[in-house]
Design a binder for this molecule. Structure first.
Ligand SMILES: Nc1ncnc2c1ncn2[C@@H]1O[C@H](COP(=O)(O)OP(=O)(O)O)[C@@H](O)[C@H]1O
Ligand SMILES: [Mg+2]
Length: 267
């Protein structure tokens, strides 16, 4: 069963075609990779799915059986779509656990202001949410840092927090935009292991955007490749890494077999 079905998705910015008639199906429970060079339309695709941008007429996005084409982002979030952004959005002055609770509030509409007035039911609700968020922090390996100001976190910890905060809304679909950007190989491995663990524990469906081929090769069962706003290839990581069009999209020229092998080893 497909959790997400996209048909003919297009987006123009002025006269520029950022996405041209993309078809994409994401299976329930999958970890699906989207790769492509810089500027190929990957983030735009996420912005369309999450309702940040309006799609062109003729586009269709169906999530979990509901047509979400053109719906506002808060409504799409409420249906169970969560995402991280390429640029981190962490509240530096707040503690790690407070950052997590913001992710949760975003979904329930529970007002942090009410907490200030100290209503009793709000207090017990806050305790419940806090316990839930601690459990998530424990799961992503940040429980020991719960009370630390988020501004003091390392790069790897920030990425994990962004992941945890997206999970706080209990999504069905989690979309990660270049989660490995700026991380050391070790931290990338930790992050991807955490994504896998979350996917298995919560029966999540995950879409990972990456421009580093190798990163999604080990993690995703299906990979779709974008170039200049078009889907040029799709398949298993093995199929994709044997596809010359994909390699050429990255290097902008034709390659011999041995060059392709060298590239894949080094990428
Ligand atoms: N809000 C916008 N206004 C104008 N052009 C945009 C906007 N967002 C993206 N683009 C353009 O669309 C193309 C695809 O961008 P993007 O989806 O961010 O690529 P990727 O994430 O694959 O690097 C780029 O050429 C980019 O400059
Ligand atoms: Mg991008």
């Amino acid at each position: 069963m497909n959790l997400l079905e996209i048909k003919g998705l297009s987006k123009r910015f002025g006269g520029f075609r950022a996405l041209s008639g993309i078809d994409l199906n994401v299976r329930q429970g999958a970890v699906h990779g989207i790769i492509g060079p810089n500027g190929s339309g990957k983030s735009t695709l996420f912005n369309m799915i999450s309702g940040v941008y309006l799609p062109e007429p003729g586009s269709q996005i169906v999530f979990n059986g509901t047509d979400i084409t053109g719906k506002p982002s808060h409504e799409i979030a409420r249906l169970g779509v969560a995402r991280t952004f390429q640029m981190l959005r962490i509240f530096e002055g707040m503690s790690v656990i407070e950052n997590m609770m913001v992710g949760h509030h975003g979904l329930t509409g529970y007002s942090p202001l009410a907490a200030v007035f100290g209503v009793k039911s709000v207090r017990s609700e806050e305790r419940r949410v806090r316990a839930e968020m601690m459990e998530l922090l424990n799961f992503i390996g940040l429980a020991d840092y719960a009370e630390m100001p988020a501004g003091e976190m390392s790069g790897g910890q920030r990425r994990l927090l962004a992941l945890g905060r997206a999970m706080a809304a209990k999504p069905k679909l989690l979309m990660l935009d270049e989660p490995g950007a700026g991380l050391s190989p070790t931290n990338v491995d930790i992050l991807l292991d955490t994504v896998r663990a979350l996917q298995q524990r919560f029966g999540l469906t995950v879409i990972i955007i990456e421009h580093i081929l190798k990163l999604v090769m080990d993690t995703c069962e299906t990979v779709s490749v974008l170039e200049h706003g078009e889907k040029i290839a799709e398949g298993t990581p093995a199929e994709i890494s044997a596809d010359h069009r994909v390699i050429e999209a990255y290097l902008g020229r034709e390659m011999k077999d041995e060059e392709v092998r060298d590239f894949l080893r080094s990428a």
